[in-house]
Design a protein around this ligand. Structure first.
Ligand code: NAP
Length: 231
């Protein structure tokens, strides 16, 4: 069976690059995005490169959309090899947590933290034994040296995503499904800005490695640059 992958938030940025490189490695990739026009355009561009990419609508903050994507992908393939939880938002740079609105807080937690949990729940039965889940997190979520405060709810959402990663790793361990979180570094995307230190392919490197590396056994860990880092 051809290996398959789902990438969330894949119409641009790191998710688009992960999609491209998985397809270049002969995966059949479900490129998902919340915006139909942007998602279809991204998938069509990759197909023009000769890649096996299909667009599926998916808003990770909407349980109806998650269930629809699960049904559609389940009807198109027998098993999912790789799930990349990449979709994310950053809307509170340089803000004070006391001034954030309820909507800003709930949206960020729903997309960045609960999105990966609900998406993994929905696709757990479709994941093949020995498959991979990669949660694209952020060093902003690390609390080992004290919490980062430059974007308070973004950082809290990534701390939560990291905790969810550990729980999912435990829950899927008996099926040898590896679940790891990764910080891509500071990457030149719409989120990271043009002043970021890494190119998009550099940011996609460790997520791709976690998704595909032969012989990887670690699960429930946090990575940057292919090395385990502290939570
Ligand atoms: N760039 C960095 O420096 C950096 C650093 C650390 C971690 N990260 C993480 O890396 C991941 C990818 O970020 P990026 O830099 O590639 O950002 P990006 O270029 O802004 O892309 C984010 C993607 O997530 C999608 N998205 C947002 N909300 C969504 C939702 N509810 N449902 C589905 N898709 C949704 C966006 O879709 P739309 O186009 O529709 O908005 C877009 O496709 C994120 O999880 C981010 O936190 C990035």
């Amino acid at each position: 069976m051809k290996k398959t992958a789902l990438v969330s938030g894949a119409n641009k940025g790191i998710g688009l690059e992960i999609t491209r490189q998985l397809a270049q490695r002969a995966y059949r990739v479900f490129l998902t995005a919340r915006n139909v026009q942007r998602g279809e355009a991204a998938a069509a561009a990759l197909r023009k490169e000769g890649l096996d990419v299909e667009f599926i609508p998916l808003d990770v903050a909407d349980s109806t959309s998650i269930q629809a994507a699960r049904r559609e992908i389940g009807s198109r393939c027998e098993g999912l090899t790789v799930l990349i939880n990449n979709a994310g938002i950053l809307i509170d740079s340089n803000r004070n947590i006391l001034a954030l609105s309820e909507a800003e807080i709930r949206n960020t937690m729903n997309i960045n933290a609960l999105g990966p949990l609900f998406l993994t729940q929905a696709f757990a039965d479709l994941l093949v034994d020995g498959g991979r889940v990669v949660n694209v997190s952020s060093g902003g979520g690390a609390i080992c040296g004290g919490a980062s405060t430059w974007a308070p709810i973004y950082c809290i959402s990534k701390t939560t995503e990291n905790a969810i990663t550990m729980q999912l790793a435990h829950a899927l361990a008996d099926r040898q499904i590896l679940v790891n979180a990764v910080c891509p570094g500071w990457v030149q995307t719409d989120m990271g800005g043009s002043g970021a230190t890494r190119s998009i392919p550099e940011g996609a490197d460790t997520p791709l490695w976690l998704a595909t590396a032969e012989g990887l056994r670690e699960t429930g860990k946090f990575y940057r640059d292919r090395q385990i880092i502290s939570w």
